[in-house]
Design a protein around this ligand. Structure first.
Ligand SMILES: [Zn+2]
Length: 426
C-alpha cells in the first residue's frame, strides 16, 4: 500500500447536552413540531392522488402548514426540510424493499429528535477540557460534553469538518449527534496475529488464544434493587388500572425512572464495548467472528402476521439475552475499528462451533459437559477445556481452512461444514 494515500471517513459522534429547563422545553417543542410535521406530511401524502405526490408539492404543503399552525413555526425551516427529506427517503427505502412503509409517529412510541442538516452554523468551540459550546437553531448557545476531538476551528477544512447534527432525546436527556467527515492517512496493514472470537456463555467474549474480556454487572446492587422495586410497583399499578383508563402521572413517572436506569445500564455496556473492541483492533491483524444474523433471529421468532412464530416467549427470552450482550453492535464496532488500524474483520458461517472439538474436529454427543466445560468424547482425543475458548478456536480454524462467509446480495451464504452431523448432537 502506498504511503500517503488518504481515505475519507464519515462517522457519528454523540455527546450529552447540558440544557437549562427552559432550553429543554424549547427542544421538546421543536421535536413535537417535527413529529407533527411528519404526521401531517403522511396524511397529505395518502390523501393526494399518486401523480400529485411530488417533492415540490410536498414542500409547498409544508410551507403552508408552517404559516397556518403557529407551533409548527417553532421548528427551524431547515429542520422542517429535513423532515421532508427523511420522509421521502423512507418511501424510497420501502420501494426498494429495505423497510416497511412509513407510518404515523405516535407521541410516546417515537424517539424525540430534531435534525440540524447543515454544520456551518453550529459554530462549535472547545471551552474547557470537558466542555464544548454549540449553537442550536432557535435554542441558543449551549454546552455539551467534550469527549472526542472534533474537527473544529483551525482543525476544520473542506475535508475535515462537521457536516451536520441531530438532537436526540433519550431517558437520560437531550444529546447531540454530530455528523463528522474526516480524511485520514490510510493505515499500514496490521502485522498482528489472527484471532477467533466467540460470544461466550461463561465469558462475554472468548478469544481463541485463551484470552477473554469480561465485565461486571452494568448496574450496582443498589441500582438493581431499585429497578426491581420500580418494575414491581409499575406492574401493580398497571394491574389496578381499569381497562381504557389513561396511564396515571405517577405510573408514567415510574416508567421514566425505569427507563433512566435501563439507559444507564445500556450506556455502561456501550462504554465497555468501545474499550474492548479498541483493544482487540489494536492487538490483532485479523479478527474472525461467527456470522450470526441476530436481527433475523429476533424477527423470525416473532413471525409475521400471516405466520406467527412458535414458542415466541421462549425465543424472545433467548433473543433478549443475545441483545443484552449486543453482539451485533460489538461486530459493527470491530468492523470499523479493525479497518482503522489496518486490520480486517472476517465472518465465517459457523454452525455447531460450540459442539465441535477444536483439537480433533469431531462432534460427539454430550461433549459439552456444562456451560463452561468441554470434554471431547472421541476416545482417541479426550481434549478438555473451556467451552467458550473451544468455540473461538473452531471459528479461527474455519477461517484458516478458507471457509469465509461470501456476501451474496447483502446476505451471508451459509455453507455447512462437512464433518458436522446435523441434529444428532443436539
Ligand atoms: Zn477431540
Amino acid at each position: 500500500m502506498s504511503q500517503g494515500t488518504l481515505v475519507k471517513r464519515q462517522f457519528g459522534h454523540r455527546a450529552r447536552l447540558a440544557l437549562s429547563p427552559a432550553e429543554v422545553l424549547k427542544a421538546d417543542a421543536q421535536a413535537h413540531a417535527a413529529r407533527t410535521m411528519w404526521n401531517l406530511l403522511h396524511a397529505w401524502w395518502q390523501m393526494m392522488p399518486k401523480d400529485k405526490r411530488t417533492l415540490a408539492n410536498a414542500d409547498a404543503a409544508i410551507r403552508q402548514a408552517r404559516k397556518d399552525l403557529e407551533f409548527l413555526a417553532l421548528l427551524p425551516a431547515q429542520a422542517a426540510q429535513a423532515v421532508l427529506k427523511t420522509y421521502v427517503q423512507a418511501w424510497r427505502n420501502c420501494w426498494d424493499g429495505r423497510a416497511d412503509a412509513p407510518n404515523y409517529k405516535g407521541r410516546f412510541r417515537s424517539v424525540m429528535s430534531v435534525d440540524i442538516p447543515q454544520g456551518r452554523d453550529l459554530n462549535i468551540k472547545r471551552v474547557h477540557r470537558r466542555w464544548g459550546m454549540v449553537n442550536l437553531p432557535r435554542i441558543g448557545r449551549v454546552k455539551f460534553r467534550w469527549t472526542k476531538d472534533l474537527p473544529v476551528g483551525k482543525r476544520a477544512g473542506t475535508e475535515n469538518r462537521i457536516t451536520g447534527a441531530r438532537l436526540v432525546k433519550d431517558a437520560l436527556g437531550w444529546h447531540i449527534a454530530f455528523r463528522v467527515m474526516t480524511q485520514e492517512a490510510r493505515p499500514e496493514a496490521h502485522q498482528g496475529p489472527e484471532v477467533g472470537i466467540d460470544v461466550g456463555v461463561s465469558v462475554p467474549l472468548a478469544l481463541s488464544d485463551g484470552g477473554s474480556f469480561e465485565h461486571g454487572a452494568w448496574l450496582t446492587e443498589k441500582e438493581q434493587a431499585k429497578l426491581l422495586h420500580l418494575e414491581q410497583r409499575a406492574a401493580q399499578r398497571k394491574q389496578r388500572r381499569k381497562p381504557g383508563e389513561r396511564t396515571s402521572r405517577r405510573l408514567r413517572r415510574t416508567y421514566d425512572q425505569i427507563a433512566r436506569l435501563r439507559a444507564k445500564a445500556k450506556r455502561r455496556a456501550a462504554d465497555w464495548q468501545h474499550q474492548t473492541t479498541t483493544t482487540i483492533a489494536r492487538a490483532y491483524g485479523t479478527v474472525v467472528v461467527e456470522a450470526l444474523t441476530i436481527t433475523n433471529m429476533v424477527k423470525s421468532a416473532r413471525g409475521t402476521a400471516e405466520e406467527p412464530g412458535k414458542n415466541v416467549a421462549q425465543k424472545a427470552g433467548l433473543n433478549r439475552s443475545i441483545a443484552a450482550e449486543a453482539w451485533g453492535r460489538t461486530v459493527t464496532m470491530l468492523a470499523y475499528k479493525t479497518a482503522r488500524h489496518g486490520g480486517t474483520l472476517v465472518k465465517v458461517p459457523a454452525p455447531g462451533t460450540s459442539r465441535r472439538c477444536s483439537a480433533c474436529g469431531c462432534t460427539t454427543p454430550a461433549s459439552r459437559e456444562s456451560q463452561t466445560v468441554f470434554v471431547c468424547k472421541n476416545p482417541d482425543c479426550g481434549w478438555s477445556g473451556n467451552a467458550d475458548h473451544n468455540a473461538a478456536r473452531n471459528i479461527l480454524h474455519l477461517y484458516r481452512i478458507g471457509l469465509v462467509a461470501i456476501p451474496a446480495a447483502g446476505r451471508a451464504v451459509v455453507r455447512r461444514a462437512r464433518c458436522v452431523k446435523p441434529a444428532t448432537a443436539r
